[in-house]
Write a protein that binds this ligand. Sequence first.
Ligand code: ADP
Ligand code: SF4
Length: 686
Amino acid sequence: MGDYDILFEPVRIGPRVAPNRFYQVPHCNGLGHLRPRSHAAMRGVKAEGGWGVVCTEEVEIHPSGDIAPCIEGRIWDDHDVAGHRLMTEAVHAHGSLAGIELTHAGLDAPNHYSHLTPIGPRSEGVLGGTGFEPVQSRAMTRRDFADVRRWHRTAALRARDAGFDIVYCYAAHGLTLPMQLLSRRHNDRTDEYGGSLANRVRFLRELIEDTRDAIGDDCAVAVRLAVDELLGPAGITHDGEGAEIVAMLAELPDLWDVNISDWSNDSATSRFAPEGHQEPYIAFVKSLTTKPLVGVGRYTSPDAMVSAVRRGVLDLVGAARPSIADPFLPAKVRAGRVEAIRECIGCNICVATDPKGLPIRCTQNPTMGEEWRRGWHPEWIPERRTGADVLVVGAGPAGLEAARALGQRGHRVQLLDARPEVGGRVSRESLLPGLGAWRRVVDWRVGAIRELPAVEVFPGSAMSAEDVLDAGARHVVVATGATWRRDGRGRSTGAAVTGHGLAHVSTPDDVLDDLESGDWRLPAGRIVIYDDDHYVMGGLLAELLAGRGHQVTLLTPAPLPSYWTQFTLEQERIERRLRALGVQVHTRTTLQYIASDHVVSESLIDGEWTERPCAGVVLVGDRAPSIALHDALVPALADGRLASLRLIGDAEAPGLIAQAVFSGHRAARQFGEEIDPDAVEFLREG
Ligand code: ADP
Ligand code: SF4
């Protein structure tokens, strides 16, 4: 430990004492009220991994603040207490404190489940859901203020009874009534809750006082506040009203939890914000209060954590994503195994499931959300049942994870890859602009495999079926990945693009080859990128090419460029960046055919065809699974030369890196186990 001792100092928070400075701040997870046992197990694992404080996600205090279909916590009535108690018991079992983030979402709540009327500072279109829901709020009356205060107070009492140690009053992310009332954009009231800042702060102050009055002797009262909305003068700023609010309420709560809003700013991806990115906004807070302070910034490095504490920026190091990627981060620091930390890559796949009401998943940690339903632990896997050796072909994320986890179970593993270095698609994609941190998917697994003498790695080993059989392998896992289709077939067109065979037509693999080799072969001038994939690749290539001096036209059938990145909170940033780089974006547009010096596109709106001159074309469509090796081995399985053969990762079905890692992990867990193909392989609740 030594250098990191400071992180293990206890911190008093009102009537409670956090055992260390590792603080898992509230984060969504899609388990919540619908899957309380899954939720409790997930939080319990964080406590087991050493997080001194473990919080819930936002917890709705009343059906009039219902944000379904997102699955958060609920503490609407006594019926909900038992589910929360599961979590507090799981957290307390490891000596950690449990926190609950009480929420009335106000303007953010479309109330699609409860069908109650949304309430807010004024009558306006509800902000939550898609952001475009045909629902308006009712302006709150005096009675409404009294009602919400009473619901919050009752919820705090229930939270105490459920065993929570820290109870939040939540005014961040634009997601809650107290923050909406703070905001001049939403609050133009003329009564005692509107106008001056003191009036706009009134409701938050009342909630803090009510909560303290109800449970303050037993529980710590925390405030979560957005001190900057990154909207300049139109919003709360850290050197304006953000600081004034902290000054007004300075000693009222037992704990300040501060961040920047909205969620896309708070949970910015690594493509757009580095570790510690919130420090410039939150650094002032400690000068205004003697109360302990927690803040976030995707801290994965204990050195950065120590630095933030020593410089007086933070007292408690807050983490959502770093605790998702590695629930055992604190335990590893304590054990002096810093290199074993599975660092968050900042991709926001964990975030992407939330608006869909689905259980959380993580690119780095395939056990996230699976603690209860599959009984998966992030650090521990049951030992092997058989003494079998395994040969894994392909060392991308799927093959690396399969080999690592098989090795952890005690199997002897040979991991082979045709390329001179391991990492597959991740090694290549992490060369794209802003994706450097994605390499951690490879680096962590390579590091873990180094600790496993029974796992041998052989790069530069292109394997045919004969090679595999000659090697004497009886058990083979095929993780040979996928390549981008040359014909541009994607989900919208469903057919090859005419002209795809012309010499000036490339795929993302060609561009990645050039990036790796340094031999840039794309013709100078305008390049048309046709994105029928809709995740990051099309936008990344546009950014890359524009940065290298090409003029770029991006065509996509989707209504927005990089459409799916809405769910990773990146879409607006990507579009802004493309515009700043001068990329011409045409949405709802399909590619009809490619000619030698132009393409012809069709508008999905009016069917109009447009000729677009260009020097080159990059087709970003579907990917083709590389299954030739697997298929060539199938006869050997049939005639008994192989005892088992399993296809995993992108070779089975191209998808997210998260799915490839999961697929490799699942294959390793299931290896040698008796699996009933007709049984659901995980528990269900709800
Ligand atoms: P995944 O995401 O499923 O892990 P990747 O495409 O990232 O897939 O990785 C697949 C890896 O498999 C690549 O590094 C590739 O070089 C390797 N590979 C593909 N075919 C063979 C083969 N026949 N022999 C050895 N390695 C192979
Ligand atoms: Fe980090 Fe990505 Fe895992 Fe989220 S999904 S915790 S951003 S690695």
